[in-house]
Design a protein around this ligand. Structure first.
Ligand code: FAD
Length: 452
């Protein structure tokens, strides 16, 4: 039996970030982080172990950021939480009594129950688990033809990496385009074309109906169209679900999607001051639509964890978590795609009265410098007040950071008109020109439409 000020359960992005934030905000508190795995993978780096990195041991989250600030790491599994008793039990038989408990339990891949053949040998998902992925890498080494089901950003990144290793890769997506939840169609089409140029077989608007096998091992994927694809391995990239069974078992309330209900300070609802949930296991509410959401990102997880850590003992009304903006970027070869907030398609579906505008320029100046890439910025703004609701970027290596800047504009409810007087820094090798800066030019396109 041990008494600890703060117990963090989970060693992923949100566990790590919340433990570090608690230690820096409340240095006098003893913080213990309990996680199942000895070595934690950097989740966003997982797609790259299939190609560029070739090896999962090159993608390990270091323990030093935790240990160097005095967080104690314990490798164990929490099996029960006793909410009334302020304690939790572990698989090794230890009991921890806590003042504050931070649940950073994460998520796991969904395996559709209806999918016949999902249990066959060489059918994989992509959990954040080194042992599973090392075994998968070794089994894939004898495969030639791999079908990836699901073209969200994880399916796209994994497919592109496998393609680098000369597998014959088929990427199947049931929606009309790949990446359709994150981008409007014009961006999705460009991404799809880049994948095809790189030799991937991309099939859209068709779902998986069944996986067939021979002698217990996968041999074919049958699509909803009846088409059959020969496959030595199948990777299901069909989404993730919050890992909240132990919370539910303890009587902690879950929302309709299975996430732990939390307030904007990440405290567990209805009214716990001592149990906090962060990251993929914690309730998400879309910043723009205000609806419950299922987007799970390491960046969101860390933002929630900072909020939770800072507000753990004393609430600050200046530091709530006011909703998920879903900011992320991905790259296909030298081409990058970034998105923040909601797409035009989603905004229309949700009945927002919006105006959108795009501008295509370049990301260096002059344009005949080496490595210049076209840069397209699209903004989606509210027609009545001009508030920026979403942004999408297609470009080169600056795409990720530009997308982050758009995310911060959304978070701070900046209006499109404010961009007309936005002060920026520019440099030939690093940015577009001050006169043709695509973010500002896209704003100009929209403001012109607003005047009409
Ligand atoms: C392939 C892939 C690529 C991704 N790429 C990106 C990206 O580019 N950008 C981005 O923002 N997001 C990305 N994500 C999403 C991101 O990985 C998740 O949002 C992030 O991992 C969430 O962190 P977390 O700490 O909430 O959960 P997790 O990373 O799932 O960690 C959960 C932790 O809890 C531990 N745990 C669970 N139950 C117990 C228990 N009972 N006892 C003890 N420990 C327990 C687990 O062992 C683990 O350490 C990617 C995800 C995947 C799978």
């Amino acid at each position: 039996m041990r008494k600890v000020d703060v117990v963090v359960v989970g060693g992923g992005a949100s566990g790590l970030q919340s433990a570090i934030t608690v230690k820096s905000t409340y240095p006098e508190k003893e913080v213990v982080l309990i996680r199942k795995e000895k070595q934690v993978l950097i989740p966003c780096g997982i797609p790259y172990i299939f190609g560029t990195l070739s090896d999962s041991s090159k993608n390990i989250l270091p323990d030093k950021p935790l240990t160097s600030v005095g967080v104690e790491i314990i490798i164990d599994e929490i099996t029960d939480i006793n909410v009334e008793g302020h304690s939790c039990n572990t698989a090794s038989g230890e009991i921890y009594y806590y003042e504050k408990l931070i649940l950073a339990l994460g998520s796991k891949p969904t395996l559709p129950k209806w999918l016949k053949g999902a249990e066959l040998e060489n059918v994989f998902t992509i959990p954040k688990n080194k042992i599973y992925l090392d075994d998968m890498l070794s089994k894939l080494s004898s495969a030639k033809r791999i079908t990836v089901i699901g073209a969200g950003f994880i399916g796209v990144e994994v497919s592109d990496e496998l393609n680098k290793k000369d597998y014959e890769v088929t990427l199947v997506e049931i929606e009309k385009t790949i990446l359709s939840r994150a981008f409007d169609e014009e961006f999705c089409k460009i991404a799809e074309d880049h994948l095809k140029e790189r030799g991937l077989n991309v099939i859209t608007a068709k779902g998986v109906a069944e996986i067939k096998g021979e002698k217990g091992k996968v041999s074919k994927v049958v699509l909803t169209s009846g088409e059959e694809i020969e496959a030595d391995a199948v990777i299901l990239s069909m989404g993730y679900a919050p890992n909240t069974e132990i919370a539910a078992k303890a009587g902690i309330e879950l929302n309709q999607f299975g996430f732990i209900k939390t307030c904007e300070y990440m405290r567990v609802l209805p009214c716990s001051t001592d149990i906090i949930a962060v990251g993929d296991c914690a309730e998400k509410r879309d910043f723009v639509t205000r609806k419950l959401d299922r987007t799970m990102l390491a960046s969101t997880a860390c933002a929630e964890a900072r909020t939770a850590g800072m507000n753990l003992y004393t609430l600050s009304p200046c530091k709530p978590f006011t909703g998920t903006i879903a900011i992320y970027a991905t790259a296909i070869g030298d081409h990058a795609f970034g998105t923040a907030g909601i797409t035009e398609t989603k905004a229309i579906q949700e009945n927002f009265d919006i105006i959108s505008g795009s501008f295509t320029g370049i990301d260096t100046h002059p344009g005949n410098l080496a490595n210049t890439h076209v840069q397209t910025v699209k903004l989606i703004v509210a027609a009545d007040c001009g508030m920026i609701l979403g942004g999408e970027v297609y470009g080169g290596s600056s795409t990720g950071e530009l997308t982050n800047a758009i995310g911060f504009l959304i978070q701070n409810r900046v209006t499109v008109k404010a961009l007309l007087t936005m002060q920026i820094g520019t440099q030939p090798l690093l940015t577009g020109s001050p006169a043709g800066y695509p973010l500002i030019k896209a704003a100009e396109v929209i403001v012109k439409k607003m005047r009409k």
